[in-house]
Ligand binder design. Structure first.
Ligand code: SF4
Length: 123
């Protein structure tokens, strides 16, 4: 199991979660090359220790505590979190493609302010 970052992170990329994660499994960090171009941040599912520290740190409530807890409208982003790897251009492209497809499929979410998106996930 692992925590999952979802679409309120798109364009937000606040990075407060990165600062509190004890195992540095949230990427890209602001000091990594991919940060400028990534649409959102991702949690490495094999490295996450399920501590929960990132959840209250996120200002837009983008993080769910498991794939099972991730709402139906966000399930596609589970794969994006799993695909992304720092320094791996192909993995970055795959994860970005999933996020772009998600944005195209869910204009009803993307077109509302990021801070209000999580509340709309269950609608
Ligand atoms: Fe990092 Fe803990 Fe959040 Fe996993 S649950 S991404 S280990 S802060």
């Amino acid at each position: 199991m692992a925590f999952i970052i979802t679409d309120p992170c798109i364009t937000t990329k606040d990075s407060a979660c990165v600062d509190v994660c004890p195992v540095d499994c949230i990427h890209p960090r602001k000091d990594e090359a991919e940060f400028a171009d990534t649409p959102m941040l991702f949690i490495h599912p094999d490295e996450c220790i399920d501590c929960g520290a990132c959840v209250p740190a996120c200002p837009v409530s983008a993080i769910y505590d498991s794939p099972d807890a991730t709402p139906a409208s966000q399930k596609d982003l589970i794969e994006a979190n799993a695909k992304y790897r720092s320094g791996d251009a192909a993995a970055f492209a795959e994860a970005t493609n999933i996020v772009n497809a998600h944005m195209s499929a869910h204009p009803e979410l993307i077109n509302i302010p990021a801070a209000e998106r999580a509340a709309a996930h269950q609608a």
